[in-house]
Write a protein that binds this ligand. Structure first.
Ligand SMILES: Cc1ncc(COP(=O)(O)O)c(C=O)c1O
Length: 397
């Protein structure tokens, strides 16, 4: 077995602490332990936790809390993992084991793509495409590409919904079509729903794949919608027997989650607290996104984007004679700005900007992007270099 270098994660680790402006974050301003444990009593209780081995599949209370996020699920349907990363890893390793093909949604956070290439007989891409429907541009499922990717040798269909990097969310009709093709191929649907709960508009949480078909596994965790990536808690929700099978794979990886993380995650996933935490995330997104959009619009001669439905990320298409990998390098080296290039998601001339952290700092980073665009973009960009930055800042106040 060989594995691809996971470009996005590796470059982020290498450079995120070296640059002044990190616009590559894909979550929201993280909670502190103090904010999460609001009272003195709960902080004291946390300090009194004995540092023993925890339940290796997650404490019963944590698994119950997680199950309550998925209608009809019980604690026995839940396996706690070290981040969504391990949830995806154990699931793809456990389900594929060198046999069968995997159909993977592109563009995507390419972990599942790399795992499918390592563990499946073959990885087949299917696509989200930019499309105008009823006067609204959205990232839509390219059903033809899905039909081509799903054959009778397909063992699983990987869906990332809400999607990273597009921020797109599937319609009910698109979910039904994925289920229809999975059923026909007797394939699993593995739905990475780590952004579920981080919707930009409305009050409706993105629908889950859980409960719609008997061969569904959902993976998710606390890193994005919950704003707690450092807790490193993720989970698998699936049929009881499959969850038990996948658990045995974790005996060979991390063995157990951290006991401190299990304890913090119990607090975060308590059904009442969970709703407060997700409301905080949505409020950050709703405050920050218009400010980033105002900046993007000042570059509408070179930028085009579809407003994200969920997630703290915006994917912008650019018209400039430079590859996304080169643009990434030059912004980093010449302007101390880290963005995520389209190349890291399996697409071309796109930039992903994160907007879930300190928006004033983000806007200062975008001023550096303005400078870079003025340098490479010719007269028009150079002429508006200064006013653009001021205008963006004015919006931020
Ligand atoms: C779609 C998706 N799945 C999984 C992960 C990994 O999440 P975690 O930090 O929970 O391991 C990420 C991280 O960016 C992601 O975007």
């Amino acid at each position: 077995m060989r594995i691809d270098r996971f470009e996005m994660e590796r470059t982020q680790c290498l450079y995120e602490n070296e640059v002044e402006f990190n616009l590559s974050e894909s979550g929201v301003q993280p909670y502190t332990v103090r904010e999460l444990l609001e009272t003195d009593a709960s902080q004291d209780a946390f300090l009194d936790v004995a540092l023993k081995y925890p339940h290796s599949n997650g404490s019963p209370e944590l698994r119950e809390h997680i199950a309550s996020f998925y209608p009809g699920a019980q604690a026995s349907n839940v396996l706690v993992t070290t981040g969504t990363s391990e949830a995806n890893f154990s699931t793809l390793w456990g389900l594929l084991d060198d046999r069968g093909r995997a159909a993977v949604m592109i563009p995507n956070y390419l972990q599942a793509w790399g795992l499918a290439r390592a563990y499946a007989e073959r990885a087949d891409a299917y696509h989200l495409v930019e499309r105008e429907e009823n006067g609204v541009r959205r990232w839509a499922l390219d059903i033809e590409s899905l039909r081509r990717a799903v054959t009778n040798r397909t063992k699983l269909i990987l869906v990332t919904n809400p999607n990273n990097p597009t921020g797109g969310v599937l319609t009910e009709g698109e979910m039904d079509e994925i289920i229809r093709l999975a059923r026909r191929a007797n394939a699993w649907i593995v739905a990475d729903e780590v952004y579920r709960g981080a919707e930009v508009d409305g009050t409706r949480t993105t629908p889950t794949f859980w409960g719609r078909y008997h061969k569904v596994i959902v993976t998710a965790g606390l890193s994005k919608a919950f704003g707690m990536p450092g807790v490193r808690i993720g989970w698998i929700v699936g049929p009881e027997r499959t969850v038990a099978h996948l658990w045995s794979y974790q005996d060979y990886t991390t063995l157990t989650p951290s006991i401190l993380s299990d304890r913090l995650a119990r607090v975060a996933t308590d059904p009442v607290r969970r709703e407060q935490i997700l409301a905080r995330t949505r409020s950050i997104l709703r405050t920050n996104l218009p400010q980033l959009e105002a900046w993007i619009r000042t570059h509408d001669d070179i930028f085009e984007y579809i407003r994200p439905v969920a997630g703290a990320i915006v994917l912008v298409k650019y018209r400039l004679p430079i590859t996304s990998a080169r643009l990434f390098d030059r912004l980093r080296l010449e302007h101390s700005v880290l963005i995520t290039p389209g190349a890291h998601f399996g697409i071309g001339k796109y930039i992903r900007f994160g907007y879930g952290y300190d928006i004033n700092k983000t806007l200062r980073g975008l001023e550096q992007v303005d400078r870079f665009l003025a340098e490479i973009g010719g007269k028009k960009a150079a002429a508006r270099k200064r006013p653009v930055s001021r205008r963006a800042r004015a919006v931020a106040r």
